[in-house]
Design a protein around this ligand. Structure first.
Ligand code: LUZ
Ligand code: MOS
Length: 762
């Protein structure tokens, strides 16, 4: 089935925040962000801005009727800076004017005097100074201390992983409209309508039921709108509440880039030990997460780094510690993969370094250590592993050995261009790591004409969740897809939602929809059974017809529904789903946090121009575990997009703050994202179709985040290409691998620190 949004997307009629019709009298907001990364505000000068004729009012922290607090996990984030600023771009004031242009012009006229304080941008420095968001966490399996003695080789190193700008095509924004009796309707471009509702309720100091949050759809989220849509909604709500006027703020791209957090940069240290047969016996890693100025989702992101620190491998002895470090950058936040990709890069770096030191192919180490069913992850969950199967199928379908031979041959015959190849296995746990968030609800109405309307807590952000939910209803009712419609997301219809995140949205909301539709079908079957004097088990619904003992009856779907309506049978249902069997003990760091894992393996091929340092990622060939895919077009789209986004993170997207904490890569002229020319010419996807009954709706598997991590292989393919030119090139584990870095590596002198085997042979 086609994505149900294709026609409105290509005809330009899909309704995003900025397309919601604007009511007469609407005012426009714009935030004034701190020009300084850390300091004490001594004076805020608004006079010049207030002189502008179209300016209505400028709000500051003093105008907040409730609590000046929007922190989720930890209450450490004011909506508007009061006495201190903690990052460049931190909102200090909110201008409201009669036009968008006037609001922006007024922002430029605001002056602030700040006594600056020392700025920290580096997570290791923050950790050394004790600037931590939460106490460190350690995941342990076996005992690394005693394991090192059993290792034939022990290799240490470090890595520096940069962040990533979300660059959703639709920027952040909100539109708050006063309703009668002290309430607001708020349109928000958010992945988490309930998070927005809760934030607004705290800022205004009124119960949540006064605030309806509506999401039409998003032009992308990628995690950037899981927590950070709250700010703009709360600012608009504050102004709308105080002025009793509709207030709208859709951010300019440069405001969005400067004021919002990104994927977390990490610094990391690793130590890996192998035996003579290349079995990894022990692994230690320390992760220094650059959280930015407040917690946001950082503690949860850090947890996922630890959950995925051994990627697809079984390692009997593991010690992994994570520090969430407070710096003077905008609070970093969720981004597709949610800390998992950073954990995976580090183990892949450790394996690549071991391979280089031992002069073997990294793929040999990777393959030998893939986790098998029955083996535990460091957090105690026992794997039902598809990892070896994915690898074997990749070999069979795309012939890894032959590809490696071709690359070798190319490199022998060419001196100015070199090719590199890398394998990238991925294993990603599906469920929010915070167990209580794994629930969802769906409200299904069968209208008296037989058409169906569905509301869930899911936010459609281009990932196709609405199509999948529609498929669930059409299948359970056995009616054509055009009889089913998905309504927009609203906190009035579905309450207490978890954000659309963690790859779990279709799983959770699809299951809730399945439960609701099934309950309605049960009532309808009961009615038909009574009518035809059989038992409900004798009734089936097939292609819009009511069958009795498998034979056509006088009724179709329409007659069934109209009869039920005439008999006052309830044609609506509110279904609730909570993922069964998951649990986690955060004291011992053991449990069964994930409903299941998604596996896959990719082979990536790159070509480097050894004069210029430029490169292409030529091909990505993947075997991906789809479960029993509900929609292969949508799932393939997710995989292609994820791969390109992952490659962008690893190769060209360079988030750059200067020492004063100012974002230098603040526009698309200075922040390069992959375009169609940078996308691999070949993306080949082969399905591994698993079919276990503990999976998600109709035995499908989540697909949103895992494919991003295939892109990590691009870094290692480039490393291998550079090594084909200069076998002992100095290539520190620093991302992204921009053409500048490739060029420097190609002509580097050998650095004993990053290259020379400092393997201690025991
Ligand atoms: N969000 C969240 C997530 O709150 N918890 C998670 O475990 C998660 N995982 C991936 C993406 N977003
Ligand atoms: Mo996300 S990183 O699943 O919002």
């Amino acid at each position: 089935m086609k994505n149900i949004d294709s026609i409105t997307h290509v005809s330009g009629t899909s309704v995003y925040l900025d397309d919601v019709p604007v009511i007469n009298g609407t005012l426009y907001g714009a935030a004034f962000g701190s020009p300084c990364a850390h300091g004490v505000i001594s004076e805020l000068i608004l006079d010049d801005a207030l002189q502008l004729p179209e300016v209505v009012r400028i709000f500051t922290a003093a105008d907040i009727p409730g609590h000046n607090e929007i922190g989720g996990i930890i209450k450490d984030e004011p909506l508007l800076a009061d006495t201190h600023v903690h990052f460049c771009g931190m909102p200090i004031a909110f201008v409201v004017a009669r036009s968008r242009e006037a609001a922006r012009a007024a922002v430029k006229k605001i002056r602030v005097k700040i006594t600056s304080l020392p700025v920290i941008t580096d997570p290791r420095e923050a950790q050394a100074k004790g600037e931590l968001i939460v106490p460190p966490r350690t995941f342990r399996l076996g005992n690394t201390d005693s394991a090192w003695e059993q290792c034939a080789y022990v290799i240490t190193g470090n890595a520096d992983i940069n962040g990533q700008e979300h660059l959703y095509i639709e920027t952040q924004g909100a539109y708050a409209i006063p309703q009668e009796n002290n309430s607001l309707r708020i349109y928000s471009s958010t992945q988490g309508p309930t998070a927005v509702q809760r934030a607004v309720s705290g800022i205004i100091g009124q119960p949540m039921h006064r605030f309806e949050v509506i999401v039409t759809r998003l032009g992308g989220g990628f995690g950037g709108k899981e927590d950070q849509a709250n700010t703009w909604a709360a600012l608009c709500a504050l102004a709308a509440w105080r002025l009793n006027k509709p207030v709208k703020y859709a951010l300019h791209r440069m405001e969005d880039m400067a004021m919002t957090g990104k994927r977390h940069p990490y610094a990391a240290d690793f130590k890996i030990g192998l035996d003579k047969d290349l079995k990894i016996l022990a692994y230690e890693a320390s992760f220094f997460q650059n959280a930015g100025a407040s917690a946001d989702l950082s503690p949860a992101v850090l947890a996922r780094t630890l959950f995925h620190c051994t990627n697809s491998y079984y390692i009997p002895h593991v010690t992994a510690t994570g520090w969430s470090c407070r710096t003077n950058l905008p609070p970093n936040t969720a981004f597709r993969g949610f800390g998992g990709p950073q954990g995976m890069f580090v183990i892949e770096a450790a394996i690549a370094k071991a391979a280089h030191v031992l002069q073997v192919d990294a793929a040999l180490i990777q393959r030998r250590n893939l986790i098998r069913s029955g083996q535990p992850f460091p957090y105690g969950q026992i794997a039902e592993s598809e990892a070896p199967l994915c690898w074997e199928k990749l070999e069979e379908r795309f012939d890894i050995t032959e590809q490696q031979r071709k690359v070798k041959q190319f490199n022998e015959n060419n001196s100015l261009f070199k090719k590199g190849i890398a394998l990238m296995p991925v294993c990603f746990g599906i469920s929010f790591t915070n167990t209580l968030m794994n629930n969802a609800r769906s409200l299904v109405h069968v209208y008296s004409d037989g058409s169906v309307g569905i509301s869930t807590g899911a936010v459609e952000m281009g990932q196709g969740v609405n199509t999948k939910i529609l498929q669930v209803a059409a299948q359970v009712f056995s009616i054509p897809a055009d009889k089913v419609r998905l309504h927009h997301t609203s906190t009035n219809t579905i309450a207490n939602t978890s954000p659309s995140a963690a790859s779990a949205t279709a799983d959770l909301n699809g299951k809730a929809t399945l439960i609701a539709c099934t309950a309605i079908v049960e009532r309808l079957k009961q009615l038909a059974a009574v009518t035809f004097a059989v038992t409900p088990a004798d009734i089936t619904l097939v292609n819009g017809h009511v069958l009795v003992n498998g034979l056509p009856s006088a009724w179709d779907w329409y007659q069934l529904v109209t009869t039920a309506f005439a008999k006052r049978i309830c044609l609506s249902e509110h279904g609730h789903y909570a993922t069964p069997q998951i649990h986690y003990d955060a004291v011992n760091e053991k449990g069964h946090p994930f409903a299941y894992h998604v596996y896959g393996t990719a082979m990536l091929e790159a070509t480097v121009d050894c004069i210029r340092g430029t490169y292409t990622i030529d091909a990505v060939k993947v075997v991906h575990d789809f479960g029993n895919s509900m929609n292969t077009d949508i799932d393939r789209g997710q995989i292609e997009g994820g791969i390109v986004q992952g490659i962008g993170w690893m190769t060209m997207e360079e988030v750059l703050y200067d020492r004063d904490g100012k974002l230098r890569s603040n526009a698309l002229s200075t922040y390069k994202v992959p375009d169609i020319y940078a996308a691999p010419a070949t993306i080949a996807i082969e399905a591994l179709q698993t079919d276990r009954d503990n999976l998600a709706v109709f035995r499908s598997k989540a697909v949103g985040e895992p494919p991003l991590m295939y892109g990590i292989g691009a870094w290692f393919a480039l490393q291998n290409a550079v090594r084909a030119f200069h076998p002992n090139a100095d290539i520190p584990f620093v991302t992204p691998m921009t053409p500048e870095k490739v060029l420097m590596a190609l002509y580097s002198t050998t650095n004993p620190e990053t290259n020379h085997p400092h393997a201690e042979t025991v």
